[in-house]
Design a protein around this ligand. Structure first.
Ligand SMILES: Nc1ncc2cc(-c3cccc4ccccc34)c(N3CC[C@@H](N)C3)nc2n1
Ligand SMILES: [Ca+2]
Length: 449
């Protein structure tokens, strides 16, 4: 096992990784930008190095600055967290070329799965159902019309380098095809520096189901069940849960085994997530996330498996000590992302402030993942998520009741957050029944406009 790990991130995920290190007896190194000098992850670490000014490109995303900090600290490994450099194959390759271990998949595997058309072709090799469409980038509008001719409108044009909701254009009829194709290429070039686009049959109101994968460097691959991330606002996940209320045991087993086959085909190791769209009892591969995700927490809560500790053990060369049959899903867990945003329909980013009161909930089944304490100045240079409230109970009904209790206890004064939105969602009967689709929230909030 490593003796010292540098966590190349900030906020709650940096503290999350450092907690795993502490439990493994591993010393922790933080990096921070000028804006994060007094932030929680710096307080938590054994030592900390400044990597540059507030602008992420000049600090958290600066490959050389991060590697230099790891060298200065004498770190044996770098854990990237999520966001920033977590899915940057070029950076992973640079780390692989040093004597510092990258805590994540190989750069090759990141490249194989990072290109969505390649990933789709690879999944077909592994008999994993993919959303009907092309496994090569398309050049002409004729190719778009071919997919529509075979599978019917609407079709989705997606940017190869896209992710989240960015780079998804819905084409509802032939007239829109030409313009949407040009827009998708232009945005692909602008946002992702990659004009390649591909085409899929557009599923109108799927569920967004993802499977957590853990694989060691000796060929052992396990899935840790699924998460349901269907409650999204403009492609931003807001509430995630495990297990999914929309899957029955048979579908759960089939989707888990498909995820295992897919990552095995990709020679993948460490933690990863295979994302699927589920509609009318069918599941279709969408993409792979080659990193630990924000919502890994709900999987930990219902399996009792510490995914981050296993990332560190696997990177240190250890084998997984459990079989697939040992993975059991017990109870129900829901994660509420606590974003410093206005709780209105737009979720507009908050304008900063001081945490005059920070008194998070506690009690049975309540987990707080954050890096905050009362009196902290809110840093608004990076993403707006400041904490995660993860509530766990014996079943979904009890989890909903416990969530209402925990959110009512959550006392934050001095900044605005979307806690009122979460409390409202818990009164929504479609959500309480677990019948919300990925479209639900956008339709609900946009309808009132
Ligand atoms: N062929 C096909 N059909 C329906 C889809 C539905 C989604 C989707 C998934 C989850 C939430 C959404 C919200 C609005 C619009 C789309 C979604 C989707 N994506 C792509 C990126 C991911 N974050 C969301 N891809 C789709 N692809
Ligand atoms: Ca994704």
């Amino acid at each position: 096992m490593f003796s010292k790990v540098l966590v190349a991130n900030r906020g709650e995920i940096a503290v999350r990784v450092m907690r795993a290190c502490e439990e493994l007896g591993v010393r922790t190194v933080a990096i921070y930008s000028d804006a994060d000098k007094h932030s929680g992850h710096v307080r938590y670490a054994d030592e900390a190095y400044n990597v540059g000014p507030a602008r992420a490109a000049d600090s958290y995303l600066d490959h050389e600055a991060v590697i230099d900090a790891a060298r200065k600290a004498g770190a044996d490994a770098i854990h990237p967290g999520y966001g920033f450099l977590a899915e940057n194959a070029e950076f992973a390759r640079k780390v692989e070329q040093t004597d510092i271990k990258w805590v994540g998949p190989s750069a090759d595997a990141m490249e194989r799965l990072g290109e969505k058309t390649k990933a789709r072709a690879l999944m077909q090799e592994a008999d994993v159902p993919v959303v009907p469409g092309t496994t090569e980038p398309v050049e002409s509008v004729e190719e778009v019309k071919e997919v529509a001719a075979e599978f019917g409108y609407p079709v989705a044009i997606k940017a190869e380098g896209g992710g989240g909701g960015r780079g998804l254009k819905v084409v509802r009829n032939e007239e829109e095809a030409e313009e949407q194709l040009e827009t998708a290429k232009r945005e692909g070039e602008a946002y992702f520096d990659n004009a390649s686009v591909y085409v899929e049959k557009y599923l109108e109101a799927p569920r967004h189901i993802e499977v957590q994968i853990l694989a060691d460097e000796h060929g052992n691959v396990r899935h840790l069940g699924e998460r349901d991330c269907s409650l999204q606002r403009r492609h931003q996940k807001v509430i995630e849960e495990a297990p999914s209320p929309a899957l029955d045991e048979d579908l759960r087993e089939r989707i888990g085994e498909a995820a295992r086959r897919g990552v095995r085909e990709a020679d993948y190791y460490n933690a990863g997530t295979v994302e699927f769209l589920v509609e009318d009892g069918n599941f279709y591969f969408m993409e792979v996330n080659t990193r630990i995700q924000v919502e890994h927490t709900v999987t930990e809560q219902v399996t009792g498996i510490d995914v981050v500790k296993w990332q560190l053990r696997v990177a240190a060369g250890e084998e997984l000590t459990f079989e697939q049959d040992d993975v059991e899903i017990e109870g129900h867990s829901i994660e509420f992302r606590i974003n410093a945003e206005k709780a209105d329909k737009e979720f507009a980013p908050a304008t900063g402030g001081t945490l005059d009161t920070y008194d998070p909930p506690g009690g049975i089944g309540v987990r707080m993942d954050d890096a905050l304490r009362q009196g902290d100045e809110l840093v608004t240079d990076y993403d707006s998520m400041v904490a995660k409230l993860i509530v766990t109970a014996s079943d979904r009904e009890e989890c909903l009741a416990r969530s209402e209790r925990a959110l009512a206890e959550y006392d934050i004064e001095g900044i605005e957050t979307i806690i009122p939105f979460h409390r409202l969602m818990l009164t929504d009967e479609a959500f309480r029944a677990g019948e919300h689709t990925t479209k639900y929230l956008d339709e609900e909030l946009d309808r009132e406009r």
